[in-house]
Ligand binder design. Structure first.
Ligand code: PAF
Length: 280
């Protein structure tokens, strides 16, 4: 696996390829990332991953400084998965001057849910992804794979690619889960042993919401309140637990058909904020 730290080294490494398949990450890789890399492999003539912990998408009180940097383990996993090129810019390579041009996604999509609880998050994500696309896919276009675990992020990126007519095909990867159903996440590593056991309750709450919606869609507000109360009673601090329409993430109505919906949740367990979702 070739490792490029600078944009010019990366461009040189990719110069002879016609269709990179790209998986952007912030490192601290787990099986979910590796599944995305394996999914990307047949989608291009060179498989590229990036590792960059993007300061722009963290709020001041969030875990940017403590975000685990696990370079050796990340490289070993990427090599084993058959990644050809790793782009790992230092902050000064990707942001050599203050990034004053930023990408502001449509507030109708980006100011709800994650964007409501993490203001500016999707500006930071969209800006870095635009820049990573320019670095990795700017010479040729290509394909980029994003996990459905970050459901709203995937939608924002799709919208950005469409609106800017970027020569990038976005492919969604299914969420990888532990044996008990917990969605794999870099932040699971923050959980204590007891919290790790409890963490799957978020996924259970989403399954229950989806089931209740199918039985009595008109009682949705009550179901969402009940899901919140259940998690609070178990020691969580929920941000949202809600059933939305997949195509615009607006609240589901009883007129919406199953198969078009997604239950989304975000909640804090101790100091760790987890998110998950379930399409149904
Ligand atoms: O999902 C992530 O890991 C990040 O938001 C991304 C897409 C790599 C941008 O920093």
């Amino acid at each position: 696996m070739l490792i490029a730290h600078t944009i010019s080294d990366l461009r040189q490494a990719l110069a002879t390829y016609r269709h990179p398949a790209f998986v952007p990450t912030m490192g601290n890789l787990h099986g979910g990332h590796i599944a995305l890399v394996r999914q990307a492999k047949p989608l291009g003539d060179v498989t590229v991953a990036s590792i960059f912990v993007n300061r722009l998408q963290f709020l001041p009180h969030e875990d940017f400084d403590n975000y685990p940097r696990t370079w050796d383990a990340d490289c070993a996993q990427l090599r084993a998965a058959g990644c050809d090129v790793l782009f790992a810019p230092r902050e000064a390579d990707l942001y050599p001057e203050p990034q004053t041009f930023t990408v502001h996604p449509d507030p109708a999509l980006a100011d709800m849910l994650e964007g409501y609880f993490r203001p500016g998050f999707f500006v930071g994500v969209s800006t870095v992804v635009m820049k990573l696309f320019a670095c990795v896919l700017g010479q040729t276009g290509g394909t980029a794979v994003f996990g459905k675990k970050d459901y709203q992020q995937l939608m924002v990126i799709r919208h950005m690619v469409r609106q800017f007519a970027l020569p990038v095909t976005i492919v969604a990867g299914e969420t990888s889960r532990a044996a008990d159903g917990l969605a794999l996440s870099s932040r699971n590593g923050y959980l204590s042993a007891a919290e790790r056991q409890e963490a799957v309750a978020l996924s259970h709450a989403l399954h229950q919401l989806a089931q209740q919606w199918q039985e009595t869609p008109s009682a949705q507000p009550a179901h969402e309140q009940q899901a919140r109360d259940t998690l609070i009673a178990r020691g969580w601090q929920p941000d949202y637990l809600t059933v939305r329409r997949r195509h615009d993430l607006l609240p589901a109505t009883p007129a919406d058909a199953p198969g078009t919906l997604v239950a989304l949740g975000a909640a804090r367990l101790g100091t760790t904020r987890l998110i998950d979702n379930l399409e149904f």
